[in-house]
Design a protein around this ligand. Structure first.
Ligand code: NOJ
Length: 546
């Protein structure tokens, strides 16, 4: 197999929530027809894969992560017919689609759970029950402050059920073969409708055995991931599994296997160290964050991201490190921080709207190892709305134009308010406006993504850090099959001059990848001297003389 077949290793993923993207029928809720009208925006940006957040029928008490039918589209968002049309329209533009697979838990409104509440029903064992409330019932809560326990009493069953997340999200019993078979049916269903894989929600909890210790045949929870993979690959050879697993670095190999388990993992460890480096304006934490996670197997890949639809989860850092990030990026901790874990903010407000710093951060995201994942709104530098509860702050509707409701909906009642005050209000920050301005973030992002695709060695090459003798300036080189690229980033707010030792490339010429018209400094006597403005960055191709 050619490495080129491993499309996911070079993917540029664009993540969105149909509900907040674009509303075509004017009911205030985004829908698949609205999304289809915006596919050229996503393709034009240079994305190659769309990751859809849950779009299934739901009481919507956890942004759709509380599913009550895994085989349907939420009627507010459209029909299955619309979904298939969307997948086809995406495909016609070279865009693959992956969807969230939420099977650690269901909504308590799911018919499975409603049936399971009868202890005599066959469905009862689909969930995890206990006659007594376990002593450690308040350990392992995901939403401290919002949750008081992970075992809640059900009056009908007269037993306690396990829920890692909110009480309205009972955990499925993964040790039950009938549940595993159903999960395969769910995957098989969406694969038949054309998806190229799944983002596996809450992967560590999905496979955990809390409450299931006594179940025979489930000794190694990670083994289940191999079954997952085998099933997926039989049904569709080029489909992928991308796991949400915010775990310690030494656990990652259990998820990747030898390339025979999950294809991709979000690089949460790198993400958290990157934010520490940005907060400190110092490269050391970033270098550490790159070195801590293991190298993925040949067929594996990291997914590299800055922000997602949740809080910026900083659980892998120390308390003191979290405090540093709070001080820099969420000074009003009361308003800006959730679950004792991290900021509920988007990137530009954390940087006080400093355009140079925002670009530098995205330049890092695009040039660090892994496949970049961009979240809707990041391409235009959208802000957050701290008046909204919990994580909703970062889930406001996409800002398309300066028209009513940012062009998101014609309705007077958008599902969520659009941001209409402060520096990130839609009148200032929107797609239409940035398309007209050559120097806008959107236009820069398009150019940067194009450059990143032309230099995909950044994503999956062998990389090494290059010393810069400067605390704030991070430099690295990536190489594969004789192609080499280098990137230099100034994390600090002062101009910095550095000299890189590139002696292994002494015979090569340099080409500026981001601004091909710019004169790139030459490598002289094996060294490259670069001066960067505050928050400046450059990417170079190191070319052999023809
Ligand atoms: C992880 C998702 O990213 C988050 O938004 C959700 O609340 C939990 N999983 C529960 O499904």
């Amino acid at each position: 197999m050619s490495v080129r077949d491993r499309w996911y290793q070079d993917a540029i993923v664009y993540c969105l929530d149909v509900e907040t993207y674009h509303d075509a029928n004017g009911d205030g809720v985004g829908d698949f027809v609205g999304l289809m009208a915006k596919l050229d925006h996503i393709a034009g940006l240079g994305a190659t894969c769309i990751w859809l957040l849950p779009f299934y029928p739901t009481p919507n008490r956890d942004n759709g992560y509380d599913v009550c039918d895994h085989y349907a589209v939420d009627p507010r968002l459209g029909t299955l017919g619309d979904f298939v049309e969307f997948v086809r329209a995406a495909e016609a533009r070279g865009l693959r689609v992956i969807v969230d697979l939420v099977v650690n838990h269901t909504s308590d409104q799911h018919p499975w759970f409603q049936e399971a509440r009868d202890p005599d029903s066959d469905r009862h064992d689909w969930y995890v029950w206990s006659d007594e409330r376990p002593e450690d019932h308040d350990e392992g809560m995901i939403f401290p402050g919002e949750q008081e326990t992970v075992w809640t009493y059900d009056r009908k069953a007269k037993r306690y059920y396990l829920h890692r997340f909110y009480a309205h999200q009972p955990d499925l019993n993964i040790a039950n073969p009938a549940v595993r078979a159903e999960i395969e049916r769910v995957m098989g269903f969406w694969l038949r409708l054309g998806v190229s894989g799944f983002r596996i929600d809450a992967a560590p909890f999905l496979i955990e055995h809390k409450g299931l210790d006594e179940v025979p045949g489930t000794a190694d929870p990670y083994e289940y991931l191999r079954d997952f993979r085998t099933f997926l690959s039989w049904r569709r050879g080029d489909a992928v599994l991308l796991a949400e697993a915010n775990v310690d670095p030494e656990k990652a190999p259990h998820y990747f296997g030898d390339g025979d388990k999950l294809h991709m993992l979000f690089n949460f460890v790198l993400n958290q160290h990157l934010f520490l480096a940005l907060a400190r304006q110092a490269k050391a934490p970033l270098e550490r964050g790159l070195l801590l996670p293991p190298k993925p197997p040949e067929a594996g890949q990291w997914a590299t991201f800055l922000r997602n639809h949740d809080e910026l989860a900083l659980a892998r850092l120390t308390e003191a490190q979290r405090d540093e990030i709070a001080e820099a990026f969420a000074p009003d901790r009361e308003a800006m921080w959730v679950y004792n874990r991290g900021p509920r903010r988007r990137v530009p407000p954390m940087f006080d709207g400093d355009a140079a710093r925002v670009r530098m951060a995205y330049s890092l995201m695009l040039s660090l190892p892994g496949a970049p994942v961009i979240r809707y709104g990041e391409e235009i530098g959208m802000g957050d709305d701290l008046s909204l509860p919990e994580r909703t702050a970062v889930r406001t509707p996409m800002q398309w134009s300066d028209k009513k409701n940012a062009g998101f909906t014609a309705s007077d009642e958008p599902i969520r308010p659009v941001i209409d005050s402060g520096p990130f209000r839609y009148q200032n920050v929107n797609v239409d406006r940035q398309r007209r301005e050559p120097d806008s973030l959107l236009m820069w992002m398009e150019r940067a993504i194009r450059a990143r695709k032309e230099a995909d060695v950044f994503g999956r090459g062998d990389w090494h850090v290059v010393d810069t003798d400067h605390e704030a300036v991070f430099a690295h080189v990536c190489e594969r099959d004789g192609v080499a690229v280098a990137a230099v980033h100034n994390l600090g707010d002062e101009e910095a001059g550095v000299t890189l030792d590139l002696s292994p490339y002494a015979d090569r010429t340099t080409l500026d990848l981001l601004d091909p018209g710019d004169d790139a400094p030459p490598i002289e006597d094996g060294t490259l001297a670069v001066t960067l403005p505050r928050y400046g960055f450059r990417w170079f191709r190191l070319e052999r003389e023809r």
